[in-house]
Structures are given as C-alpha cells and as structure tokens.
Write a protein that binds this ligand. Structure first.
Ligand code: SAH
Length: 522
C-alpha cells in the first residue's frame, strides 16, 4: 500500500542515528539541513574517535562514547516529551545486526517513534523520498520501495521540465497571497486606478472598485482571491515568475472593468521578453551547438560580438535584425553599454533577444556581467554554453592539451590585465599546458614577463589564429622566438598562444625557428 506523503517539520526535534556507515553522515546532514536542532549518533559497539569526529563535523550535537542500548530511545530525547527521542534512523547492515534492528523497531513502534532502517523497508515506519529543493519549492519522488535509483532518475526527469526559477514563482505567488490577505493589494489597486479625488474620510481599504459596485470589503477580498487562484491556474509558469504586483493589479482592474465585476475570464497575457546568452564556438559554423543554432534561428533580434565570424552570422534568418558590437580599442565600454541597452529595449518590447558571444560566454566573455545586468532588470537570461577557443584552437593545431606523462594540467589565462596592464603571470610548471587569450598584440611583453617569472624559454609553443575558420593559421615555434615569428608573419586576429610540451606530442619542430601552416586541414 503506498504511504501517505507528508512534509515534516523537524524544528526542535531530537533525532537518534544508530550505526556507522557512509549513510550515517548523510542522515545527520539531512536532519540538520531540515532544521532538526539536535542529532545524537551512537554505534552498537561504540564509535571510534575518527567516526565520532566525522559525525560531529557533519553537525551531530552529541556522539555517544559508549555502545548503544535500547534504553537510549527513552533517555536521550527532549525533556518536554519525557526524553523519548523524536525519531530514529538506523544505518546498521541488516544481515549482521538483525537482532538489534528488531529490538529498535519494536520499541519504536510501541513508543510511536518514527523509525527508518536503511535498506530494510519491513523495519521502517517511514521512508525518505528522492527529493529536490529550490527555495521554498520541494519535490519528492517515491516508487514505494521499487528502487531508489529509479525514483532519483524520475525526479531528475521531472525537475528538467520545471522552469529554472520555480523558487521565484513560489515566492511571487506567496507574497501576492500574503498581500491580498493583508489588504495591501487594495492600496496598490487604488494607486493603479489613479483615483485623484479621494474622499479624505475614506478608510484605506475603501477603494474605487468597492464604491463602484457597492460590495463589502469581505466580498471584494474573496473575489480577489478567486481571481488570484485563476491566475495561478491558467498563467504560464514563466509569467508567474516574472510578473510584478503592480502589473497584476493593473490586469485585475482591467478584468473587473471588462467583466463588470464578475471574474470569469483572464486577460490575454502580454508577451514578455526573454533573453539567452549564447556561445557561438570558435568560428566554424559546424562547431555551434544544436541549442545555439536553435536560439539564433528563433530569435527576434541577435546582438553579436564583433568576433563572431561571417559564417555563423550567415545562419541567422534574413528577417532577423542583427546588431554587432563595435568594440574597437578605446570604446569597448561604450560598445558594451550600447549592446546592453539594445538588449533591454528588445526585452521591454517583448522580444526574444539572443546575445551571441564568441566561444563560451563565461570564458573571458563578460558573460556573467551581462547575466547580472539583465537579471537586475528583471530578465534572467538563459545561458547556452559554447565551445571555447581556448580548448578547441589547440585541438585544431594538433595539440592535446593534456597528455599522459607530458601535460597533467591545462591553464586558461589572459595576456591582458585590467585597463591593459599585464595580468597575473602564472608560475612555470613543466607539466602544464598554458593557453593565453588576448595576448598576441603584446606578445613581447608577455614573453618578457614569463622569463622574469623563471619560465624556460626553450619550451615549445604555438600561435593559433582564426582557429577553425578557412583562413586559420598556425605558427609552431619556441617561446624565445615567438615574438619574432609573429612579427615576421603579421597578425591575423583573433589568435591565441599555447605553451608547453603538449605542443610537440603530435607535431615536432625540426631545426627551423618556426613553421607556419596555413588554412584548415593541414
Ligand atoms: N569567450 C571566448 C573568448 C573571448 S576573449 C571563447 O571562449 O573563445 C577573445 C580572445 O579569444 C581572443 O583575443 C583570442 O585570444 C581568443 N579567440 C577567440 N576566437 C578565436 C579563434 N577562432 N582562434 C583563436 N583564438 C580565438
């Protein structure tokens, strides 16, 4: 028979966890996370010092320094409930401790103390759900003992289909209800109605709507609540997460007007803008993700970096307006502000704005700055990852950034620090591949700084420009010669520098100072 699902309030509760296994620590953590104020951990044969320490670190308020006895169930609890514990988790293996488990279970049953024995549903008066929490939203899944992995898988599937701001949705609806109860909404409504010739003698609750229809405050309140339940029932969840009290009150007023004080239908939901920050990969259209392609083909407007190449821009439908940031040296800030402004205008007009960014939005792309900006304006962006040039450019140049016994780490860094100064220069680590972005225009300074930091300048390195594009160019050389090589070849931005012995795992430089490979497929 399936059990009754409830959500238990654990505040002030004193739980006992008996036994020792990895599960013990997780039980303690779960209890503490859900507000239990004290958890006692006990072992049937006592606990070792290390076990006691781990239990305490997980939040246990007491650890028994002697073996557990069944009397502990009636002596370790809170004073106000005659010291009977509020609940018990047993984490003992059933095969070895069946006698103890039976004794604990029977005592708990008699005392009506909830008890849960790990992996032994026949000794449980309750079981835990596979759960998901986001703010005040919680979801629990159980298969009634048919398999906790299955429950967890089903939970993940359900969670995937939820709006990502489900926490905000709960919060928003909760505070609206609260405001209606407290009559605050009537004040908002009054303002929204814009009633100027307010009768000075009127009470705060007495708004125009009440006057118009000669209803009592109580009736009006009931009507508002009924209207709110309809909103909750019929509005798309995404809209519930973003609508403000003021907007709602305006719609409410409209509804009342349309329906002559009878709430029978909802007004059309005004379209609301949304935005995605989308990574466009290193340049080759084949390296766009399916999600990025979907975004650019369904956008109302695309705002692109100047680095996003023609081949990718060509995939944007002709009818879709495209704005490209004119980010040239000296006006980067202004260009960025202009783009943010354009984005906001699109959003306010209810459009789907796609902010297309070279590579991955969060690798030196100011992606998070934009995220925070739009979120502060009430539009939380969806972020679509992209293939970063930092990892794909080495690949197209036949450089495995990690390789057994050659490179056990890879570092992505910039050659340009704040306001054009040199950035923090990484330590020399022989087994590390370093990828320097935004470094080629000042390659001389970068090499000098590396030398000062003790780098071995004979290390192989590689300059990769316009990686993955038809005019891709690769310059293989050594750190000491790279500035000279680049000067001789002339620059072809965007490009980056890769250093480390990984550079010669597949392709080796012979006696020449540098070697240049032009185009794709070399
Ligand atoms: N978000 C981007 C990086 C932006 S910073 C990403 O994840 O790729 C801009 C720097 O990226 C350029 O200065 C250059 O160093 C590097 N870059 C971008 N595209 C490149 C490409 N196709 N080939 C080589 N380097 C590239």
């Amino acid at each position: 028979m399936p059990g009754l699902l409830t959500s238990q309030n654990l505040t002030e509760m004193r739980y006992l966890v008996v036994g020792w296994s990895n599960l013990t620590v997780s039980r303690v953590t779960t209890l503490i996370e859900h507000g239990s104020s004290s958890v006692v951990v006990a072992g049937v044969n006592g606990l070792t010092e290390a076990e006691a320490e781990r239990a305490t670190a997980a939040g246990a308020s007491q650890v028994l320094d002697r073996p557990f006895t069944v009397d502990d169930l009636t002596t370790l609890g809170r004073e106000e409930v005659d010291k009977v514990v509020d609940g018990v988790f047993v984490t003992l293996p059933k095969a070895r401790f069946i006698k103890e488990i039976e004794q604990i279970y029977n005592t708990c049953r008699r005392l009506r103390v909830p008890v849960n024995v790990a992996d032994a549903p026949e000794y449980c008066t309750f079981t835990l759900l596979s759960s998901y929490a986001h703010g005040d939203f919680q979801l629990g899944v159980t298969t009634n003992g048919k398999g906790c992995r299955l429950a967890s898988r089903i939970k993940r599937e359900v969670v995937k289909s939820l709006p990502t701001n489900i926490d905000e949705i709960c919060e928003r609806v909760g505070s609206l209800r609260q405001r209606i109860y407290q009559e605050d909404l009537s004040e908002v409504l009054e303002t929204a109605v814009g009633q100027e010739d307010d009768d000075a003698g009127q009470s705060r609750e007495f708004n125009t709507l009440v006057l118009e229809h000669e209803e009592t405050l109580e009736q009006r309140k009931k009507q508002r609540l009924r209207w709110l339940s309809q909103v909750v029932e019929y509005y798309p969840l995404s809209r519930l997460g973003s609508i403000s009290v003021e907007e709602l009150s305006r719609e409410y007023k409209q509804t009342i007007k349309n329906e002559n004080a009878t709430v029978t239908s909802l007004p059309e939901a005004a379209p609301r803008g949304r935005i995605a920050l989308v990574g466009s990969g290193p340049g080759n259209a084949g390296l766009l993700t399916a999600a990025a392609l979907q975004a650019i083909t369904s956008a109302d407007v695309v705002l692109a970096d100047k680095l996003v190449p023609e081949e990718v821009l060509a995939l944007i439908p002709r009818r879709t307006p495209v704005r490209i940031a004119k980010k040239f040296p000296g006006n980067a800030e202004r260009a960025q502000e202009e783009l943010l402004q354009l984005g906001l205008e699109g959003l306010e007009a209810g459009e789907y704005v796609v902010r297309l960014k070279q590579g991955d939005p969060y690798i030196f792309g100011r992606g998070a700055e934009e995220f925070n900006y739009f979120r502060s304006k009430g539009y939380t962006p969806e972020v679509v990852p992209g293939i970063t040039s930092a990892l794909s450019a080495p690949l197209v140049a036949k450089i495995p950034v990690t390789h057994r016994e050659v490179a056990d780490q890879v570092l992505i860094c910039t050659g340009t620090g704040r306001r054009g100064a040199l950035p923090t220069i990484p330590e020399w680590v022989e087994s590390r591949t370093c990828v320097f972005l935004m470094a080629l225009h000042r390659i001389g300074n970068v090499v000098e700084a590396l030398a000062n930091k003790g780098w071995d300048l004979s290390v192989p390195c590689c300059v990769i420009e316009r990686a993955s594009c038809p005019d891709q160019r690769i310059i293989r050389t050594r750190l000491r010669d790279v500035a000279e090589a680049l000067e001789a070849a002339g620059s072809r931005p965007p490009g980056l520098l890769v250093t480390g012995y990984a550079c010669e795992v597949i392709e080796k430089l012979g006696s020449e100072k540098w070697r240049i490979e032009e185009g794709l497929g070399n």
